[in-house]
Ligand binder design. Structure first.
Ligand code: CMC
Length: 425
């Protein structure tokens, strides 16, 4: 039976239906609020606003739960591959062996990037940030792969191209930024191994694929694969609501992810830890993070939804320990990170504000161990988030109730004012 919330406004009383999700989450349906009452809601930053219903990802920020299509992320990290998890997110179910094989064939068949695109890469200034390049190049893909007549075929091809080529494009931008020869994808390698090979193989030093590194990259990307209505996913849905191409919507998502409060935090964490290590400035950093008059924040700490440990962070930290041990690497930044975490977790400011380490706190140390340069960290996040963006975009496009996203506002500027000719100002 539908529950209702009663709203009294002026002399009238209104009943607003409460909708309930499959995990018991409740929301007041205000879709008729303005037409019935003349009111809109105001929710800066959307912290109390559900923008859609979705059956892709469930997270509980109080309990630290994250599931894709119902499957706990811990199980996927242990048993699945990034390719299989991508299939799960996009198609709504785990693939059979045959479906997974077909998916691999499709990805391999579409892994090359048009040779003419290399000219674009060559012309970006060497100092360009790889996220800016990736966002531009993903949008540029549309010019190289014009629309197919059959809509279903067009969507399937676009999804496959994006999932496969994003690795090639990311590795290509790294190689070209170093002035090195581009390494082409290989059909005999798995999704993650193929990317690592394109990044690190060289004519003078062939890349040796290490299965521990491949496993770590799979887990890294699985942990980033979706996170319901975060900033970049909301950007993909919002831009996609104007019925732009999937390339344009994903390009918008990449641009949003770049920000240091979102995916860019993984790069910012390493920069912060390096600064602490270089200047012995742990106390100073903590002091600055707590200072209301200083915009600085402890990077890799806090989350809009998680008010306890981020479940992805727990897996990432474990993986970080295991990987460093297996590769016999000692990273001084890991000690700095662990000390900083311990200090923050004992500090009233952080506990009172429910600030715990998030996925980005240890992810940079994993990426460093793999050999990824710091300015490529957020690109790694973007590759991981791509299946989530695609799944969310598809769900929004298929939704019979989906509309152009167009929020309203409360105007606070001047009331009608006459134009003043320039000589009278
Ligand atoms: N360091 C210091 N204080 C913080 C931090 C932090 N990292 N995060 C939040 N606060 C304080 C903030 O100053 C505010 O204090 P007060 O209430 O006294 O004014 C309070 O906590 C609430 O802050 P908020 O900005 O309203 O909270 P939010 O839910 O909008 O913030 C956040 C979420 C992720 C933007 C924020 O925690 C932050 O800036 N963290 C650092 C950047 C970061 O690590 N981002 C990666 C997020 S996880 C990866 C992803 O999904 O993108």
């Amino acid at each position: 039976m539908t529950e209702f919330v009663k709203l009294t406004y002026g002399d009238n009383e209104y009943e607003l239906p409460v909708i309930v999700g499959s995990e018991g989450e409740k929301a007041i349906d205000i879709s008729k609020l303005r037409s019935q009452t003349g009111l809109i809601t105001l929710d800066t930053g959307y912290a109390n606003t559900g923008s859609c219903t979705s059956n892709i990802t469930f997270m509980d920020g109080e309990k630290g739960i994250l599931r894709y299509r119902g499957i706990p992320v811990e199980q996927l990290a242990e048993h699945s591959s990034f390719k299989e998890t991508s299939y799960l997110l996009i198609n709504g179910k785990l693939p059979t062996q045959q479906e997974l094989t077909n998916f691999s064939v499709l990805l391999n068949d579409n892994s090359l990037v048009h040779e003419d695109m290399r000219d674009f890469y060559e012309k970006f200034p060497r100092s360009s940030h790889p996220m800016g390049i990736l966002s531009s190049m993903v949008n540029a893909l549309r010019s190289f792969y014009p629309e197919l007549q059959n809509l279903e075929e067009e969507i399937n091809m676009t999804v496959t191209r994006l999932l496969s080529k994003i690795r090639t494009m990311a590795a290509m931008s790294y190689k070209i930024s170093r002035g090195h020869r581009v390494v082409y994808p290989r059909a005999d390698l798995t999704y993650c191994a193929n990317f690592l090979n394109m990044m690190f193989d060289s004519p003078v030093k062939p890349y040796e694929i290490d299965e521990d590194v491949v496993k770590a990259l799979n887990v890294f990307w699985i942990l980033h694969a979706d996170h319901e209505q975060n900033c970049s996913t909301s950007a993909v849905r919002l831009v996609g609501s104007a019925r732009v191409t999937l390339y344009a919507a994903i390009s918008a998502g990449i641009a949003a992810l770049w920000g240091p409060l979102h995916g860019g935090a993984n790069q910012a964490v390493i920069e912060m830890l390096s600064e602490i290590a270089a200047n012995n400035s742990m106390a100073e950093i903590i002091k600055r993070a707590k200072d209301k008059s200083d915009p600085f924040r402890l990077m890799g700490f806090g989350h809009r939804v998680y008010k306890t440990f981020d479940p992805r962070m727990k897996i990432m930290k474990r993986m970080c320990d295991t990987l460093l041990q297996k590769l016999n690497i000692t990273d001084p930044l890991l000690d700095v990170a662990m000390e900083l975490e311990q200090i923050a977790l004992k500090d009233d400011y952080f506990t009172d504000h429910n600030l715990y380490p998030n996925v980005d706190f240890y992810s940079g140390i994993v990426l460093r161990a793999i050999g990824i340069p710091t300015n490529m960290f957020t690109v790694m996040f973007a590759i991981g988030r791509l299946p989530g963006w695609i799944a969310q975009w598809k769900e929004s496009q298929d939704d019979p109730n989906w509309k152009l996203c167009r929020p309203r506002q409360i105007y606070t500027g001047p009331q009608t004012t006459d134009y003043v000719p320039i000589e009278d100002r």
